[in-house]
Design a protein around this ligand. Structure first.
Ligand SMILES: NC(=O)c1ccc[n+]([C@@H]2O[C@H](COP(=O)([O-])OP(=O)(O)OC[C@H]3O[C@@H](n4cnc5c(N)ncnc54)[C@H](OP(=O)(O)O)[C@@H]3O)[C@@H](O)[C@H]2O)c1
Length: 282
């Protein structure tokens, strides 16, 4: 596994295993354990995925040192605001069964965002969280929140893949030394992306599959990716990307696939209303 450096001088595995939409009480446990056996050392979960306890159990049962595994989790909107966020952090620690979380993100950019951020900053001081970050933050939202933050986020986790390259956002994040993390790195299984002629051409050239070409491109762009697979072969293959290198020309060919569009727009008020209504506990 390769690592990237973050703005607080910590390092993060360049690829994490995403467990979004994998159910708790078994499937997430099995998938996380399989991922750790395959060589992943970074698991991306969230309070909102409601599978933190399976992730924690699998990490314990893997027999791998806790310190060698990088855990990301995220606070859900229902737990925003300073007081609620403090409780939300403790709940994540308890469900994961750990005494610190490597990276904790504010999952969505709504509600009492800065109150929640203050609780995350305090948790860093208390040693409960090593690094804190943001997710689904657009350029406009960054300008709205940045002055209320004392600790600078280490990452911004957003939709990112060859069709959704977030060029403007990347520029602003780079100026602030905030690394991008890619959710939907494989387009959530989008066939148009996985069967794109340029991607398939490069797959043939390097004797790799489409997923590996995309994940290698993301890595060479300096972006952390979080591919999800419950298929053991694909799970293993998705981290076998460090034995070849795309040329500058190949990189440009993939850069040319950008549509400038995303499937999710965090600034759409419909998304705000829908996500604010999503409850994960009483
Ligand atoms: N912060 C946020 O708001 C946010 C939002 C969405 C996601 N995320 C994070 O990002 C992670 C990834 O998102 P995602 O799981 O939806 O999208 P993804 O990783 O882009 O795509 C996963 C889909 O692609 C398939 N797949 C995996 N590897 C493949 C390969 N090599 N070739 C062809 N198909 C492949 C998987 O099927 P199989 O399982 O059958 O292989 C699955 O259907 C999530 O698990 C989560 O951790 C964060």
């Amino acid at each position: 596994m390769k690592y990237f450096k973050l703005n607080n001088n910590t390092t993060i595995p360049a690829i994490g295993f995403g467990v979004f939409l994998i159910p708790n009480n078994g499937p997430t446990y099995d998938a996380t354990l399989a991922a750790l056996k395959a060589g992943y050392r970074h698991i991306d979960t969230a309070a909102g995925y409601m599978n933190e306890s399976d992730v924690g159990k699998a990490i314990k049962d893997s027999g791998i040192d806790r310190q060698k595994i990088y855990i990301t989790s995220k606070l859900w909107l229902q737990d925003y605001g300073y007081e609620n966020a403090k409780k939300g952090i403790d709940t994540s620690l308890k469900l994961l069964g750990v005494d610190y979380i490597d990276l904790y993100l504010l999952h969505q950019p709504y509600g009492d965002y800065l109150g929640a951020w203050k609780a995350l900053e305090e948790a860093v001081e208390e040693g409960k969280i090593k690094s804190i970050g943001i997710s689904n933050i657009t350029v406009n939202l960054w300008h709205k929140f940045k002055d209320g933050m004392t600790i600078k986020p280490v990452v911004n986790q957003v939709e990112f893949n060859p069709f959704t390259q977030q060029k403007e956002l990347r520029k602003v994040m780079a100026e602030n030394d905030i690394r991008l993390e890619a959710w939907y790195p494989l387009g959530h299984g989008n066939k148009d992306l996985l069967e794109n002629a340029t991607i398939l051409h490069l797959a043939e050239k390097y004797h790799k599959n489409a997923g590996q070409i995309i994940l290698r491109w993301i890595y060479q762009e300096g972006v952390i990716s979080l591919p999800k697979s419950t298929n053991p072969e694909r799970m293993k293959g998705n981290i076998e990307i460090f034995d070849f290198e795309l040329t500058q020309e190949d990189m440009l060919m993939i850069q040319a696939l950008d549509t400038g569009k995303a499937t999710h727009n965090p600034e759409d008020p419909v998304n705000e209303t829908r996500l604010m209504a999503l409850k994960i506990h009483d």
